[in-house]
Ligand binder design. Structure first.
Ligand code: SF4
Length: 341
């Protein structure tokens, strides 16, 4: 904590004890670098200063605000939880860990962060930064993705927490892990180096230990950008990655081989479109990497001149090029959308 006093990072969400703003910052910052997440936090607080203003936003508007931040399920849960708090709890957050953890999208880490920062409850936070500090300093050599180790670290963190200033302690250890005992730690200038296990035993690089190797799934997306009377056909994703965002008609295959005309025709019919078409252009494959998936994306510009006989138009929208940017698309679409003529 004395290290923290001298190295106090100045983030906009540090100056508040409003549980709504703390919650917002915690959800935005999950799996996100601070430099990337901070502008999102600032624009969210400006547009939605209270939990009820967030609850009243439309899903499409919220997704547009979240566009580019990734892990879109977070935005969906954020919205659902805001609606629940506004509608069922009169706009007030539960005031302790037990109540907070019951809310959708709030796990042990976020519940502990909100409980300690907003209400000074003695709840130790354990995130990636805290794991790193504790494993290195105390020499925890067991894999941190094993349940037993998780429990051990949580108990250790709970023993270490400053009971009078749980908020300052949690913030200090998280910032210490992010700034000092980071992935590239500054051990020689560290106030803990004299008693740190990993430093003494030269195990800094090997701690913490992780067991699981990430399996990456390769996926091949073929998108049909259907053009008709100067408009583009879009639809909303209702499941899977990027749920709630917009896209073109998608055909998923198990390879990058270009679609045949009959495969395109079949996809159009499945989307309720019965019309003859021309394939005007085909984009090179774009690659987009997610934590567990690698997406190979191919775009086909399809032109339909004749009047479309819709079998079912409900799920689709026809929008002009200008309007296209009002909808939230996966970031992966940027290159294609920026080059549409
Ligand atoms: S000495 Fe190095 S490994 Fe140990 S706590 Fe300090 S920064 Fe982390």
């Amino acid at each position: 904590m004395s290290w923290h006093h001298q190295n106090l990072p100045d983030y906009p969400w540090k100056k508040t004890n409003d549980p709504y703003k703390i919650w917002l910052s915690e959800i935005i910052m999950q799996q996100t670098r601070i430099a990337q997440g901070t502008p999102y936090y600032v624009k969210f607080v400006k547009k939605y200063p209270t939990v009820c203003s967030l609850a009243k936003a439309s899903e499409d508007e919220l997704m547009k605000m979240w566009e580019g931040l990734g892990y879109y399920r977070r935005a969906k849960h954020l919205h659902e939880t805001a609606k629940y708090i506004c509608g069922e709890l009169d706009g007030s957050f539960p005031e302790n860990y037990k109540g907070l953890i019951k809310l959708k999208g709030i796990g042990p880490y976020s519940a502990a962060a909100i409980a300690s920062f907003a209400y000074k409850e003695v709840c130790a936070v354990v995130d990636g930064n805290v794991n790193r500090v504790l494993c290195r300093y105390f020499g925890i050599v067991n894999a941190i993705d094993e349940l037993k180790t998780k429990k051990l670290i949580q108990e250790l963190a709970q023993k270490l927490i400053d009971r009078k200033q749980p908020d300052s302690y949690n913030q200090a250890i998280m910032d210490f892990g992010a700034k000092q005992c980071s992935k590239a730690p500054k051990c020689k200038q560290c106030v803990l180096s004299g008693s740190c296990y990993a430093f003494k035993e030269e195990k800094v690089k090997s701690l913490p230990v992780k067991n699981k190797k990430l399996k990456v799934r390769e996926r091949y997306f073929h998108y049909l950008d259907v053009n008709h009377s100067g408009k583009h056909l879009i639809r909303k994703r209702t499941s899977d990655i990027w749920e709630g965002l917009f896209e073109f008609i998608l055909i998923e295959k198990n390879n990058d081989l270009k679609l045949s005309k009959s495969a395109i025709n079949k996809a159009l019919l499945e989307n309720g479109i019965s019309a003859s078409f021309k394939l005007k252009a085909f984009s090179k494959t774009n690659i987009w990497k997610l934590t567990h998936q690698k997406i190979h994306g191919n775009f086909y510009k399809i032109e339909i001149k004749e009047k479309i006989q819709w079998q079912n138009k409900q799920a689709h929208k026809m929008v002009s090029l200008k309007e296209l940017r009002n909808f939230a698309f996966p970031k992966f679409f940027d290159e294609y959308l920026n080059n549409i003529e």
